[in-house]
Ligand binder design. Sequence first.
Ligand code: FE
Length: 195
Amino acid sequence: MMPLRIDQAPRLTRFLRAMDALVERHCAEAELLNGCEALLKELVAVDDWLPDTHAAPHPQFYQQYALHVDPLNRYSVVSFVWGPGQRTPVHDHGVWGVIGMLRGAERSAGFSLQDGRLIATGSEDILKPGDTSRVSPAIGDIHQVSNVYADRVSIGVHVYGTDIGKQSRHVYDLVAGTAKPFVSGYAAPVLEADA
Ligand code: FE
């Protein structure tokens, strides 16, 4: 994987140093979520830093590019790139996460498991640039996310409390309500010459 040219993204570098300081405090999840959300809000307030290598859509699949994976796996930061009309399956994370919208808009529909059955909670969030939201097993961890737009790319920046590309989690079959294990991995950054 080609490394992100982090020297060209000082906003991201500042964010990562502040995240390092936050996770080094070993605080409880609620405090981590508060701290991370405040930092992420600042990061996605300005859309001038994400390298094209980590912003390229795929014609068929939404893309998850690793911007940073903490060497101790205490957190990871990804850019989540939606092509027009793309959506995830219903899925969980198994760990805390904070979502910040950088470009375009995404829609998140909430689900929960009740007596082993998958139920739509009826909650629907639409995130616009600068907006943030949270997931975690403690506060609601199952959702389906889609690009609000059928004609343009949307990009979110997500932070998770582990190396999310290696995290063992689940996708859910909406009809049968069954869970299937999955590991997302990361997309390979697009070479600058191709971007
Ligand atoms: Fe998600």
